[in-house]
Design a protein around this ligand. Structure first.
Ligand SMILES: Nc1nc2c(c(=O)[nH]1)N[C@@H](CN(C=O)c1ccc(C(=O)N[C@@H](CCC(=O)O)C(=O)O)cc1)CN2
Ligand code: GAR
Length: 186
């Protein structure tokens, strides 16, 4: 299964995918290309593994990404810490072959404006006792696609944003690889 990974940030989830391919956890997955919507450390992680890497303008990302995908026979697009909202045209074409990981238990704490540490801040301010991560298909509406899998963790007394970021990263690594593996074996 040939995948394209879209990134915007540190690339922790991209690295988890690269590592899972290399260690045999994802035996029939190949990371064909990485596309970034800004300069970010995920690009370094991609170039380090000599993966074809594009850095696109976020204002025209959907159109430019579509151009790069033509004739590549990509089986799955994976949004890994990706922060640009994709066009309705792009999601209509790729939605059934495109997944995203979100750092909350959707449908809570999702949608436009809810990304990165903003999510964890909102979860803490709401007084939630648990949080987690969600893998879902991607539709025109932000974070509204069919949920594929979720993982939860307890929020402990005194937890701050950094604690939730750490706990989310642990569960994201588990469920993202699990979801990609399930799709690759379907
Ligand atoms: N059409 C879709 N595009 C994207 C989806 C989706 O479900 N449908 N998921 C997001 C990922 N995401 C949460 O998981 C998410 C990403 C970004 C935002 C957001 O509010 N972005 C800001 C800009 C932030 C920046 O560029 O620094 C904004 O658009 O104002 C919310 C949720 C990926 N794309
Ligand atoms: N709504 C999108 C969003 O908030 N994505 C989140 O960005 C973080 C960094 O990802 P990365 O380290 O893989 O770049 C991850 O926690 C991911 O869930």
């Amino acid at each position: 299964m040939k995948i394209a990974v879209f990134v915007s940030g540190g690339g922790t989830n991209l690295q988890n995918i690269i590592d899972a391919v290399e260690d045999g956890t994802l035996p029939n997955v190949e990371v064909e290309m990485v596309m970034a919507d800004r300069d970010c450390f995920a690009i370094e992680r991609s170039l380090d593994k000599e993966i074809r890497t594009y850095v696109l303008d976020r204002k025209t990302f959907s159109e430019d990404a579509e151009h790069n995908l033509i004739d590549e026979e990509i089986d799955l697009i994976v949004l890994a810490g990706f922060l640009t909202i994709l066009s309705p045209e792009f999601t209509a074409k790729w939605g059934s072959k495109m997944i995203n990981i979100h750092p909350s238990l959707l449908p809570k704490f999702g949608g436009k404006g809810m990304y990165g540490s903003k999510v964890h801040k909102a979860v803490l301010e709401a007084g939630e006792k648990t949080s987690g991560a969600t893998v879902h298909y991607v539709t025109a509406g932000v974070d509204e696609g069919q949920i594929i899998c979720q993982a939860t963790f307890d929020i402990e007394e005194g937890d701050q944003v950094a604690d939730l970021q750490r706990k989310v990263a642990e569960v994201e690594s588990q469920i993202f690889i699990k979801a990609i593996k399930q799709i690759s074996e379907a």
